[in-house]
Design a protein around this ligand. Structure first.
Ligand code: GDP
Length: 458
């Protein structure tokens, strides 16, 4: 049996109230020692808020608070759980925790409560991961996606697919075990058709990772262009902050800035760059080299062109480099001024980039267009972060891709009239990968890795 653990579950520091959580088989005896209900021990009914006093190892009062008992299995962890809400002072909170330790609880490690919920079957691994993501969410879209995950939207979808595959497998087994008798209620071509349909469902689910990752992890984005093209102004317009300093002196954005913003529901990890060009200035060169490296790593380029002056060789270089990234948007900046670039170069940009927008960063014109463009790039039609099953973890995506491949191979094996046992083997492999996606069958290392990122008290 697990030890009984306790931790402060609210953030560190001073607050109106703090919550100390206790979980494990000894919970009841621990609270009997360290909590004196104002109305006597019989007041301690399940899921009932009870007012009382927390006392230390010597029976001296530490603080007054509210205790709620959640007996197993109807609790977050599936074990007996007690939560004590006490005054949120820094000293008081720790004194209450110490009283709980003195009564026999052990300190909880990062994510221990959620890990127990997972071990006791209260949460699937995907839902536990979603809990972690909900706590980490910095943008509205991230929070929506994680909340859907904690409700098990993705887990339920995987469960349905798994159920269908299990039914199908039993038909395949029947055909393997009784090859001569007509035990198969389902003909092989029907099995092939259903395997194909499952392959379609699993592939479609895997494809949602494009959106899931864009929201959850973010897209490495570089704003690039020649000095004075308006990169800092674009950065400021998008991040609505003044972190990048806008100046008239060419080449003054020396640092590769990093920022995380939400645009059109997509999380952009932004780097501002100093412009790719050869330079004699050492400080400037560091910036330029880092910018070049960042461009090589980037997934999305926002290439800024100053349309108010004739293009230079450098502008052409940017046009060539940026348009080769997996995703790129050309921003024809300073459209409030008279046009200086040649029609030929503008045509070249329009031919090289899949998306071209005319903007005036200085006047804050074009933000909505950029937002809509980015949304369209990463959100498949009608995807709903709150209601649709969406994959947002690389681990889940990889195992879904493997499951899809096995399903395809299994249905192809029927077409190629391979042995039924090969079909069974491939379908079982697909089942194992599906179970891996949902964390029914993952290694301890993966489980440890996932919970390691949680905070103590969660
Ligand atoms: P960077 O060197 O590429 O980062 O360029 P900045 O953002 O620092 O802008 C260089 C200069 O161009 C500044 O004086 C900006 O005010 C100006 N600028 C930027 N965007 C626009 C625009 O849309 N219209 C006009 N007229 N000027 C702009």
């Amino acid at each position: 049996m697990f030890k009984t653990i306790a931790a402060i579950s609210t953030p560190r520091g001073k607050g109106g109230i703090a919550v100390i959580r206790i979980s494990g088989g000894e919970t009841r005896s621990i609270i009997e020692q360290c909590f004196r209900p104002r109305r006597g021990a019989e007041a301690l009914l399940p899921r009932r808020a009870v007012y009382g006093t927390v006392v230390d190892g010597e029976g001296k009062p530490v603080d007054d608070g509210i205790l709620t008992l959640f007996p197993a299995p109807h609790s977050y962890t599936g074990e007996d759980v007690a939560e004590i809400s006490c005054h949120g002072g820094i000293y008081v909170t720790h004194a209450v925790l110490s009283a709980v330790f003195a009564a026999g609880a052990e300190p909880a490690g990062p994510g221990d409560f959620t890990r127990r919920a997972y071990v006791n079957g209260k949460l699937t691994l995907s839902r536990a991961e979603a809990v972690g993501k909900l706590l980490d969410a910095r943008t509205e879209s991230q929070a929506k996606l994680a909340a859907a995950g904690t409700r098990g939207v993705l887990s339920k979808k995987i469960d349905t697919i798994r159920g269908e595959l299990l039914t199908l497998l039993s038909s395949v087994y029947a055909a393997i075990d009784y090859p001569d008798e007509d035990m198969t209620d389902v003909p092989m071509d029907e099995i092939a058709r259903r395997l194909n349909s499952l392959h379609g469902q699993v592939s479609a689910l895997a494809a949602t990772y494009k959106t899931g990752r864009a929201v959850s992890e973010g897209i490495r984005t570089v704003i690039c262009g020649t000095p004075n093209a308006g990169k800092s102004s674009v950065y400021n317009m998008l991040s609505a902050s003044d972190r990048a300093i806008v100046t008239d002196v060419a080449g003054t954005t020396r640092d590769v800035l990093e920022d995380c913003i939400s645009l059109g529901g997509v999380t952009l990890l932004l780097w501002d760059t100093a412009g790719i060009r050869e330079t004699e200035d050492t400080v400037e060169r560091i910036g330029v080299e880092r910018a070049r490296a960042k461009l090589a790593e980037a997934e999305l380029a926002l290439a800024v062109f100053d349309t108010s002056r004739p293009e230079t060789e450098e502008d052409r270089e940017f046009c060539r480099i940026a348009s080769h990234l997996p995703a790129a948007i050309a921003l024809l900046n300073k459209n409030d001024r008279e046009k200086g670039i040649s029609d030929a170069f503008e045509a070249e940009i329009r031919a090289a980039f899949p998306h071209v927008l005319e903007i005036s960063a200085k006047n804050n014109e074009g933000r909505e267009a950029i937002e809509a463009c980015i949304h369209e790039m990463y959100f498949a039609e009608e995807i709903d972060l709150t209601a649709d099953p969406i994959v947002s973890e690389a681990r889940q995506h990889a195992s879904l891709i493997r499951a899809a491949e096995s399903l395809k191979a299994a249905s192809d094996a029927i077409g190629a009239t391979e042995g039924t046992d090969i079909v069974g083997f491939l379908a079982e492999k697909a089942l194992a990968d599906l179970e891996m996606t949902d964390g029914r069958a993952v290694s301890d290392e993966i489980v440890n890795e996932i919970f390691h990122h949680f905070c103590v008290g969660k």
